[in-house]
Design a protein around this ligand. Sequence first.
Ligand SMILES: O=P(O)(O)OC[C@H]1O[C@H](OP(=O)(O)OP(=O)(O)O)[C@H](O)[C@@H]1O
Ligand SMILES: Nc1nc2[nH]cnc2c(=O)[nH]1
Length: 180
Amino acid sequence: MKDIIKLHDKKFKIMIPAEKIDEAVTAVADRINADYAGCPTPLFVGVLNGSFMFMSDLIKKIDFNNELSFVKLASYEGTSSTGEVKSLIGLNGSIEGRHVIVVEDIVDTGESIEHMMRDLQARRPASVEVCTLFFKPGSYRKQVPIKYRAMEIGNEFIVGYGLDYDQLGRSLKDIYVVTE
Ligand SMILES: O=P(O)(O)OC[C@H]1O[C@H](OP(=O)(O)OP(=O)(O)O)[C@H](O)[C@@H]1O
Ligand SMILES: Nc1nc2[nH]cnc2c(=O)[nH]1
């Protein structure tokens, strides 16, 4: 593992090694296994692009029968005064009556997860919970409960393990933080 890396114009230093990430993923998977034992086939919904690596590692540690799907939040400029509009694409089948676990790489301001939850709740699932690898309590501005938080971090910008800086860095297996 390199201590310092450069992506585009910025330097990043190592913050969380892969082994620590694995421990946090195991701990959150253990909680989900306990909470959903006996629940009829829960559905994991990963939010692309960032969640692909977390989902891959998390799902291997889940010990009940499950289904898995990925969605994307598409942004476009709306014609209404609210400006940016985000809509969820990729979820084709019905989730009515299903137990859904949304899998995110990071919840920062909460803007994305709020859009996601509003759309999912409208589809009348039996339950929806959020499982995020990283949560930034100092940045979060929304009311959506984030039940499963593998790790909490400060307001710093991180990359690696699915998270990008202008599309670079997603393939790194450790987490790096931007340096000043
Ligand atoms: O809580 P927020 O402030 O909304 O930030 C969190 C969101 O930002 C990232 O997605 P991004 O839009 O960068 O897309 P990506 O996953 O394709 O990188 C991340 O995957 C979350 O979805
Ligand atoms: N890569 C990356 N994407 C984010 N989206 C919201 N917060 C972050 C962050 O800290 N890093």
